[in-house]
Design a protein. Structure first.
Length: 370
């Protein structure tokens, strides 16, 4: 289950910051090369300007979202502004550079400080980014055409009601929130769930209203599946296993709608649930095998599920070792991402404790019998 080091090296090499830095240095160095063709110098100049314009357009868009959130009473648990990620959790504040191209989309995890007119405030935050991009693009068109083009392209991409990997664009969010009703309530509930998860709150501590709103609408969409996954985790964490089973079946029926990472997590959670709660190693192995075809989309959940399957299969020592390895992986993620994963840590520690009891108790019973 250990992630290959080659993959980690490749990921680090092709991360946004190294790639952009190499491109900028290469383009900036071409004019300094003796005898460089004129066309190469022109292309290099255009490349440097384009990179700068795109980064500036991203910064303006992301800062507008962040300012709107602050003014409208939201706390940013995690905010990506250009190439920088700002994190504020129970572990304190932390700043780091983006580590993947997906993070450059400018994702923000927000927590509302008050519930009054929450849908309207969410809508204003979603509208702030596209509005800033449009205003900047129009304003600088005569004096900075590269920045204007980059800003207008950013406006178009964010304003169109599209989605990437199950995540709606700003325009998609605005349509959902403007329509109101159960879909808007579900979206707002899932934003609260995301903030609580990132902050380190246990699912069993979430209010009932969140999971009710997250699962109330049955429309066969990715959003319904994600809502069921959140409610399933709350039910398992609260030992409401009958409710968890129904929510799991509902989510699994919609797993084809989910992006890779969410589908992998769902399948790994299903394997863990069948092994840990129902002690059904064969059924759990089936779900885990399906999750492993999506590797490495969900390393934390997959490691936990693999440990549970080993214990349910009777290989208690190997299961305990796998759970300890998974616990070390969780600790590493907590250090690197400056967050806490108490549910994962506690579930793994519980498995380790149960496995140790299963090994120790039979030996004590045999000793007493002799």
């Amino acid at each position: 289950m250990q992630e290959p080091s080659a993959r980690s090296i490749i990921r680090a090499i092709f991360a946004p910051i190294p790639v952009l830095a190499v491109l900028t240095l290469a383009a900036g160095g071409i004019p300094l090369v003796p005898g460089a063709p004129a066309i190469a110098i022109v292309v290099a100049d255009v490349g440097v300007r384009a990179i700068g314009a795109v980064l500036a357009a991203m910064l303006a868009h992301d800062i507008a979202h962040w300012l709107a959130a602050r003014l409208l009473g939201f706390r940013a648990v995690s905010a990506t502004i250009g190439p920088v990620v700002f994190v504020s959790t129970r572990r304190g504040a932390h700043v780091r550079l983006v580590q993947s191209w997906r993070e450059l989309r400018g994702e923000m995890i927000l927590e509302p400080r008050a519930e009054q007119r929450a849908n309207a405030r969410w809508a204003l935050v979603a509208a702030a980014g596209p509005a800033a991009s449009l205003a900047l693009g129009v304003a600088v068109l005569p004096i900075a055409p590269a920045l204007a083009v980059a800003s207008l392209v950013r406006f178009a991409l964010s304003a169109l009601p599209l989605g990437v990997r199950g995540e709606p664009s700003d325009g998609g969010r605005l349509l959902v929130l403007a329509a109101g009703g159960a879909a808007a309530d579900r979206w707002c509930a899932m934003q609260r769930v995301a903030a609580a998860q990132f902050s380190g709150a246990r699912p069993r501590a979430w209010p009932d209203a969140w999971t009710h709103d997250a699962t109330a609408l049955r429309d066969g969409t990715c959003a319904e599946a994600l809502g069921c996954i959140a409610a399933f985790r709350r039910a398992v964490d609260g030992c409401a296993y009958d409710r968890a089973s129904g929510l799991l079946d509902r989510a699994l029926a919609l797993r084809s709608e989910l992006p890779h990472a969410a589908r992998c997590t769902l399948l790994a959670d299903a394997a863990y649930f069948e092994a840990r709660i129902h002690d059904d190693a064969e059924r759990a192995r089936g779900w885990l095998d399906e999750a492993e075809t999506l590797r490495p989309a969900c390393p934390v959940a997959e490691r936990r599920a693999a440990a549970a399957v080993l214990i349910a299969s009777g290989d208690v020592a190997a299961g305990a070792a796998a759970a300890r390895e998974a616990l070390a992986h969780v600790a590493r993620i907590e250090r690197e991402e400056w967050r806490t994963l108490p549910m994962e840590s506690d579930w793994l520690r519980e498995m380790i404790a149960r496995a140790e009891c299963a090994v120790v108790l039979p030996a004590e019973i045999l000793a007493a019998a002799s």
